[in-house]
Design a protein around this ligand. Structure first.
Ligand code: NAP
Length: 282
């Protein structure tokens, strides 16, 4: 059984990236008052914010960071390059735009947002590595990469990668990608960790949550962050839920409970699956 004392609030990738285990996502339905809700998350102690060129939330994230008065180096900021911008000059332009929009001097983690079969990783990854060498991005990585794509990205990158951001929650088996992340020394950043809310009426989660005096969302998130190499980035537009999703450190899950929750995986569990998806590992 893992213990509450043993669970760190930061996990470290082999490249040295120290990433807070619970972040705050700014995709999806929080675009309306993004600055306000990010300000709430920061005030409540969250130090890991996830944005992307694609979300249109970089400016609001930057505004909230500046207004918080928290020293910049204490906040881990991830942003992402759109899949159509993966040619070297576009990679550079995208990172510069992100810096401007966010109003910050460096990006903590810069990710390829989606693989794009039309643009070779052998072109993209060296361009990303250059941004790391220039200090524009402290760490680099990918998102939505399958095991085969991850191996290729690592082979093509002159600098080590820190993370692969993929959908992961109790209804989706990601054991293959997670094993690859561990083998390569990467963290797996779990997006849609609540299955966009659809995980929360799961009866097994509900039963465990009731027994512990926590919510299903808290049990779902704790299940993720108790796993080696996994960190999670839930999103919520509601301040009380933002607080709830950060309040994960006063309980733990037994090995039996971890296994019971893992057994909830199902073949139709994936929620983020647009047409540009790669051929997922099953
Ligand atoms: N790399 C990628 O391609 C990719 C793809 C998708 C997402 N992401 C990232 O991952 C983040 C999270 O994913 P997501 O927003 O799609 O899904 P999610 O975090 O799994 O779920 C968000 C949904 O759950 C609800 N919710 C949040 N906390 C709750 C709680 N404690 N109790 C009950 N309901 C709760 C929210 O509703 P309310 O707002 O009403 O609370 C919202 O509808 C995104 O914001 C984004 O940063 C990345």
């Amino acid at each position: 059984m893992s213990s509450t004392q043993q669970l760190p609030d930061v996990k470290t990738a082999a490249d040295g990236a120290a990433i807070p285990v619970i972040g705050f996502g700014t995709g999806g339905n929080i675009r309306e008052d993004c600055a306000g809700v990010v300000a709430t998350a920061l005030k409540l102690g969250c130090r890991h914010i996830d944005t992307a060129r694609n979300y249109g939330t970089e400016a609001a994230v930057g505004e909230a960071i500046r207004a918080s008065g928290i020293p910049r180096e204490e906040i881990f900021v991830t942003t992402k390059i759109k899949h159509e911008d993966l040619r070297p000059p576009d990679v550079e332009r995208s990172a510069e735009t992100s810096l401007k929009e966010l109003g910050i001097d460096w990006i903590d983690l810069l990710l390829v947002h989606w693989p794009n079969p039309a643009i070779p990783l052998a072109d993209t990854m060296p361009a990303l590595a250059r941004l790391k060498r220039q200090g524009i991005a402290r760490h680099i990585g990918v998102a939505k990469f399958t095991v085969a794509l991850l191996d290729e990205a690592v082979r093509c990158s002159p600098e080590p990668l820190a993370a692969n951001q993929v959908e992961y929650h109790a209804h989706l088996d990601q054991s293959k990608v997670l094993a690859a992340c561990r083998r390569l020394g990467l963290l797996l950043i779990a997006h849609c960790p609540l299955r966009r809310g659809r995980l929360l009426d799961d009866p097994v989660l509900g039963e465990i949550a009731r027994a512990k005096g926590k919510s299903s969302a808290q049990v779902a998130l704790r299940w993720l962050i108790e796993q080696d190499n996994v960190v999670a980035i839930p999103a919520s537009s509601q301040p009380q839920r933002v607080a709830e999703n950060l309040d994960l450190f006063d309980f733990d899950l037994s090995d039996a409970e971890m296994a019971q929750i893992a057994a909830r995986k199902r073949p139709d569990g994936r929620v983020a699956k647009p047409a540009r998806s790669p051929l997922w590992d099953t």
